[in-house]
Design a protein around this ligand. Structure first.
Ligand code: ADP
Ligand code: MG
Length: 319
């Protein structure tokens, strides 16, 4: 199978609707509706860095798109189109078939269309670029948090990191929780509808990919504010609780790969938020508030300051 057969077999996609020209020409031509702004994001997954080498190809396909959908969600954007840059060691149908199915299944669920890409040979690496739409001026940014705003997160924190820790061995997780944490690691569910529902409500928003402390830290830095969050309010799963005696709080605070949204809401909009978030299947939990005093404080059950270390994953940090 050569490069062109590979593209035709797995990644051919019909044009039509807002895809004026899709896969197959030198570039795609896309129709941006009047009054909308284009939101663009890209993320690369490298085998052995972003997923364990032996991860199932369908999970890799899912995750390559999911992490980009999560960025669109964090901006409050509706997914529209994506491109796929695929570097594979060889054109192996036993890998490409489940990979493309995992990818395109999630694409269908979120009505996002593949419109192009590039295909090269080399160590397994996937880059997806995703394009979304927001009404002009309505994108959710990191910079809008103000003192008094409530800090919220969707879903639960730490499960993906518990799953990764479990794969690496060295701790004992009861059998009944294993599938759930591995699904959180391999099949993140980007909060796409929730992100769009936060438009006009959230003052700042980010997706939690590197760990809550690190990502909330980005909101604080961009907004020029500080914050206090409360440990006892962090939303965690039963699986997390089962692992708690061995792992403690650190994976909920600083574990990566949650792909939840962390956002802030001014006090006067919190009732409106609660009305909207009551319909989120994943829920949304208030974990603290923005403060003028710089720095990020974590309070424990007794109200004392909790000392934390690890601020999340950093590719260029020496270990
Ligand atoms: P060029 O040489 O002009 O870069 P390519 O041969 O790389 O063209 O790509 C041909 C067409 O196939 C283009 O429309 C490109 O967007 C698309 N394409 C290439 N690789 C992929 C892929 N992995 N997924 C989707 N579309 C792809
Ligand atoms: Mg090319």
């Amino acid at each position: 199978m050569n490069e062109f057969e590979l593209i035709r077999r797995y990644f051919a996609a019909a044009a039509g609707g807002d895809v004026v020209v899709g896969v197959g020409d030198d570039a795609a031509v896309l129709a941006v509706p009047p009054g909308m702004q284009l939101v663009v994001t890209t993320d690369t997954l490298v085998a052995g860095v972003h997923f364990p080498e032996r991860t199932h190809p369908a999970d890799i396909g899912h995750k390559a798109l999911a992490v980009n959908l999560s960025d669109l969600a964090a901006m409050g954007a509706a997914p529209a189109w994506f491109t796929l840059n695929l570097t594979v060691p060889n054109a192996d149908p036993d890998w490409l078939d489940p990979f493309s199915k995992g990818l395109l299944q999630l694409a269908r669920e979120h009505r996002i269309r593949l419109v192009g890409g590039d295909t090269t040979r080399g160590p397994l690496t996937l880059t997806v670029s995703a394009f979304g739409l927001v009404p002009a001026g309505a994108a959710l940014l990191r910079a809008g948090a103000r003192p008094g705003d409530g800090i919220y997160v969707t879903g639960v924190l730490g499960d993906a990191a518990v799953g990764l820790r479990f794969l690496h061995g060295g701790f004992d997780l009861p059998e009944e929780y294993r599938a759930a944490v591995l699904a959180r690691l391999n099949r993140p569910m980007p909060r796409v509808r929730e992100g769009q529902a936060l438009r006009g409500l959230a003052s700042a928003c980010i997706d939690v990919s590197d760990g809550l402390l690190a990502d909330l830290g980005h909101i604080l830095e961009a907004s020029g504010q500080g914050a206090t969050i409360e440990l006892m309010r962090l939303p965690v799963s039963l699986a997390f609780r089962a692992a708690f005696a061995q792992l403690g709080w650190s994976l909920a605070l600083a574990g990566g790969d949650d792909y939840e949204l962390c956002f802030t809401v001014p006090a006067e909009r919190e009732p409106a938020l609660h009305a909207v978030s009551a319909r989120f299947a994943c829920g949304a939990t208030r974990i603290g508030q923005i403060e003028a005093e710089p720095g990020l404080r974590v309070r424990d059950q007794a109200g004392g300051l909790y000392a934390y270390e690890n601020m999340g994953y950093n590719h260029f940090l020496k270990s």
